[in-house]
Design a protein around this ligand. Structure first.
Ligand code: MN3
Length: 212
């Protein structure tokens, strides 16, 4: 068995009208994400990953701290990108959230506007590369968090992510140059498919279906 690069759930030019151009998606999915998959597959034997799910590998690598970093860098990035592609869509954007998700955000985070501001701040203040997240916390409440490099809320033990924004420069440099806040604002306002986030809230997060 080996991990594999899942196809994008839309064509590489599908998000161009929402400021994520074809070249960004071709490079980000076809080169960057693919490189994480290839590197992760190269670690299966030497790191004893055979038979483990992607989620299990992220959790175990996170618990192992510095010793787990070589695995987490690749496994985390594989998981993170699978989620990232799914939470965007050509019909994404807008402020009309499914009722269940809207109510949960109101209850736990003070409303959509406050959530967006907190999420954007998390992404802007992540120094260097990393991710901003909306997470179902271990107490069942939604929270906003951020992680560095390839880590994610599974590896940090913070909970289960249901929305993630990649803030590595490769995610936004062609479309927004160095202006990360504009990329994050566009992600939240024009790209996020809230129906997918709502489904992930209901299902308890992504089941990658991938194992070594
Ligand atoms: Mn990326």
């Amino acid at each position: 068995m080996a991990f594999s690069l899942p196809a994008l759930p839309y064509s590489t030019n599908a998000l161009a009208g929402q400021k994520m151009c074809q070249e960004t998606l071709e490079l980000h999915h076809g080169k960057h994400h693919n490189a994480y998959v290839t590197a992760l597959n190269g670690l299966i034997e030497s790191k004893g990953l055979a038979g483990k799910s992607l989620e299990q590998i992220c959790a175990e690598a996170g618990k192992a701290g510095a010793d787990g970093a070589p695995v987490l860098n690749q496994a985390g990035q594989h998981y993170n990108h699978i989620l990232f592609w799914q939470v965007m869509s050509p019909s994404g954007g807008g402020d009309k959230l499914p009722a269940r998700l809207a109510a949960k955000i109101d209850q736990d985070l003070g409303g959509l506007a406050q959530f967006k501001e907190a999420f954007k701040q998390a992404g802007v203040t992540q120094f260097g590369s990393g991710w901003a997240w909306l997470v179902i916390g271990t107490d069942g409440k939604l929270k906003v968090t951020k992680t560095a490099n390839g880590a994610n809320p599974i590896s940090t033990g913070e909970g289960t992510p249901i929305l993630g924004a990649d803030v590595w420069e490769h995610a936004y440099y062609l479309d927004f140059r160095n202006v990360r806040p504009d990329y994050l604002g566009n992600f939240l306002n024009n790209l996020v498919d809230w129906s997918v986030v709502d489904s992930l809230l209901a299902s308890g997060g992504l089941k990658s279906g991938q194992s070594a």
